[in-house]
Design a protein around this ligand. Structure first.
Ligand code: ATP
Ligand code: MG
Length: 215
């Protein structure tokens, strides 16, 4: 039986490899251009997909399990009617936070207080909509796919909702963080059918991942 694990290139791939290794799984040909990578275990392979496609692959069975940022996972769930996916393990990698940032000099608190409509550019439209609705803040959301920092600098938006880790990207772009929506880390997500039908193959993998997380 084959277990297929969906990962995205970049931070998540780089941070997941050591966890897999500690669990006895070594990904092979990691530097090739192939999108399906074998591992040292004949029953486990890795597929490389776009970060935002990981939940889709796992939900629809293109992969049995995957690693997705909580940001990507919750945004995906919100667009799917809010049904939560199975996420048995918080891998605590690729940690950052989802925050609101504005151009230095834009008085966010005053805009909120005055009940002004705030133009917010983000890739996370569902999470942003929920957040501002909960706070009773009026927003016009502008969907972007990347380089959110540019939006306030060009006048496209007053604010952005984006991931922040050190804050150096914000700083380099004259932006300041004014509010945090939630802390983010990567989650192991599981296809519900695989969870049942491939239980015997999955359990030892999940168990070794869990124990490789213990400091
Ligand atoms: P895509 O190209 O599909 O839009 P992406 O460019 O967002 O994906 P990455 O930048 O690799 O892909 O981010 C993948 C995940 O890593 C994010 O969903 C988030 O959970 C986490 N992440 C992103 N930026 C940071 C950061 N600065 N620090 C820590 N973790 C981060
Ligand atoms: Mg990125």
């Amino acid at each position: 039986m084959m277990l297929t694990l969906a990962l995205s290139k970049g931070r998540i791939f780089d941070d997941t490899l050591p966890l897999l290794k500690a669990a006895g799984i070594e990904v092979q040909d990691a530097n090739s251009r192939a999108l399906i990578l074998p591992t040292n275990q004949p029953g486990v392979r890795v597929v490389l997909v776009r970060a935002s496609d990981v939940p889709t692959y796992v939900q629809h069975g293109g992969a049995d399990l995957g690693v997705a940022g909580l940001d990507v996972l919750l945004e995906h769930e919100a667009h799917q009617g809010g049904t939560p996916m199975l996420r048995p393990i918080d891998l605590k990698i690729a940690r950052c936070r989802l925050s609101v940032a504005v151009r230095k000099g834009f008085d966010y608190a005053a805009a909120v207080r005055q009940g002004a409509r705030i133009r917010v550019a983000t890739k996370y439209t569902a999470l942003a909509r929920q957040h501002f609705a909960d706070k009773g803040v009026h927003v016009d959301l502008i969907k972007l796919y990347g380089s959110m920092e540019l939006a306030p600098l060009t006048g496209l938006a007053d604010a952005i909702v984006d991931l922040v880790s050190t804050g150096s990207t914000l700083k380099a772009n004259d932006l300041v963080e004014v509010e945090t929506l939630m802390p983010i880390s990567s989650q192991l997500v599981l296809n519900p059918v695989s969870a049942r039908l491939k239980r015997d193959a999955l359990q030892p993998l999940l168990q070794s991942l869990r124990s490789s997380l213990q400091p």
